[in-house]
Design a protein around this ligand. Structure first.
Ligand code: TYD
Ligand code: MG
Length: 460
């Protein structure tokens, strides 16, 4: 409940007092006190809001932008190019970063490997999940000479962690993971929403007040809904997500939210026996993949949620054995596929009355983004003609009923992603390029207006 209360504030110097005074005890001005009504909110709520806004405990007052001092912005170099870039040029002092990902994806490995490489700063690595012995074994596995500046603490009580932080005065604090830490303030069990939120709010306050950057590690499950990262996203400054397939060895680091940089950046790593290796040229991974020279495969540049993805679309077209041809798709709406097949028949003259068509989106993904349409029909046509699509080519575009390629949203992000992943050409809807400066990318951009145009471009 919010309570209303009056205070008196000096118009000259901003000093306040609970009672009206004739002469300001601070600046000596006469009759300068005016009444102000303030709302006193419940402590927890108000505190969280203030802290989340980075205001700390001190008094705040309205001010103009010119009054606010920023100083020159310094960034802490993490000695990891991918990580630095995803953070927007390094770690900002006093920022709170959340690194989320599914269990076993390599979050602890990434952070441990980074801190061991930062020999120039005092770091406290708090682990609530592993014993010092396990951490030592891991550090030996990733073959880093142990840095004397990095201290390990295995502890789960937040109050105890603060005691050690006071003694060590680290320049960077790591908490692995937020779900294992608990505070005495809340009595629910570690990992519950209340505990996670209270701990994170308290750590945020610590980060802002001491100007120490903190990296929190948090687990998320497939739905991303478990207590943890989702409830924290609005509290922290930056949310990084580490993702990848357990089957494949590469991992992608994305920024989902960043108060200090762009969220379009991504970093790529490869999980090796001896830790994570930065992949600065991702095409080495993509172009070596097995679909080279195979027909029926096209790469689409889609966006799911806020993140761009390059997805392989596979199609198989064969002569129907039975009277009624089969149409089946996995990961894509079958009715939409039928509509696209009708467009193909009408516009490209693709005779499908006697053909079975199977469609599959690789990786078990379900795609709703209409920008995948162009890749779907390219894959179908490629399989039908048994003509492979050139490697290094990807596309984005919605297909309309009259065979026109309709514009898609966030084209710049898609182009940047395709470029980053090492593609050499991207086919995009012509309408999308109006007012877009294409010279900033190093990827060939081919605008198309109609499906026929796209096919002439792809298959010659
Ligand atoms: P880990 O960092 O423990 O994951 P998280 O903290 O996200 O739960 O990574 C665990 C996986 O990484 C495990 O399956 C083994 C693998 N791994 C390697 O392949 N090479 C290595 O050098 C290390 C340290 C781990
Ligand atoms: Mg871990």
């Amino acid at each position: 409940m919010a309570k209303e209360k009056s205070i008196y504030v000096c118009a000259q110097c901003g000093n306040d007092s609970p009672k009206w005074v004739g002469r300001c005890p601070v600046c000596g001005a006469w009759n300068s006190y005016a009444e102000q009504v303030v709302r006193k909110e419940t402590v927890g709520q108000a505190h969280r809001v203030r802290v989340a806004a980075g205001l700390g405990e001190g008094q705040s007052r309205p001010q103009t932008f010119s009054e606010i001092e920023t100083g020159s912005e310094v960034r802490i170099d993490l000695h990891d190019q991918e990580l630095n870039r995803v953070l927007g040029g390094g770690l900002v002092p006093g920022s709170l970063v959340l690194l989320g990902g599914e269990p076993g994806i390599g979050k602890s490995t990434l952070v441990l490997q980074t801190v061991l490489g930062m020999t120039d700063r005092r770091i406290l690595y708090v682990s609530g999940e592993e014993s010092p012995r396990q951490l030592k074994l891991r550090s030996e596995r990733i073959e880093h000479t142990p840095s004397e500046q990095c201290l390990i603490l295995c502890e789960t009580s937040l109050e105890q962690i603060y005691t050690h932080v006071k003694n060590v005065r680290p320049e960077l604090l790591i908490i692995d993971s937020i779900q294992t830490i608990s505070t005495e303030v809340a009595d629910s069990s570690p990992g519950s929403i209340t505990q996670v939120r209270e701990c994170a709010a308290s750590i945020l306050k610590f980060a802002k007040e001491s100007n120490t950057p903190v990296i929190l590690i948090g687990h998320i499950n497939k739905e991303g809904m478990i207590a943890g990262p989702k409830v924290l996203e609005h509290i922290v400054d930056t949310v990084l997500q580490f993702e990848g397939d357990q089957q494949y060895m590469y991992r992608i680091l994305r920024s989902i939210k960043n108060r200090f940089g762009s969220t379009a950046e991504l970093g790529i790593y490869e999980m090796r026996q001896n830790g994570l290796r930065q992949v600065s040229n991702p095409s080495e991974l993509l172009l070596s993949s097995e679909h080279e020279g195979m027909s029926g495969v096209a790469v689409a540049c889609t966006i799911e949620g806020v993140r761009p993805f390059l997805i392989e679309t596979q199609a198989l077209v064969s002569t129907a054995v039975y009277g009624t041809p089969q149409r089946s798709s996995t990961g894509f709406d079958t009715r939409r596929m039928n509509m696209l097949l009708a467009v193909l028949e009408k516009r490209v003259g693709f005779k499908l009355a006697q053909k079975d068509v199977f469609l599959n989106i690789a990786g078990g993904l379900r795609v709703k983004d209409p920008a995948i349409d162009l890749a779907v029909i390219t894959a179908i046509l490629s399989s039908n003609m048994d003509a492979p699509v050139e490697c290094g080519l990807c596309m984005a575009g919605e297909v309309g009923l009259s065979g026109e390629i309709r514009p898609v949203n966030r084209i710049e992000q898609r182009i940047a992603e395709a470029e980053k992943l090492g593609f050499s050409t991207i086919i995009v809807p012509k309408h999308n390029l109006q007012g877009v400066d294409t010279s900033k990318w190093n990827i060939r951009i081919e605008p198309v207006r109609k499906v026929e145009e796209a096919f002439r471009l792809i298959f010659g």
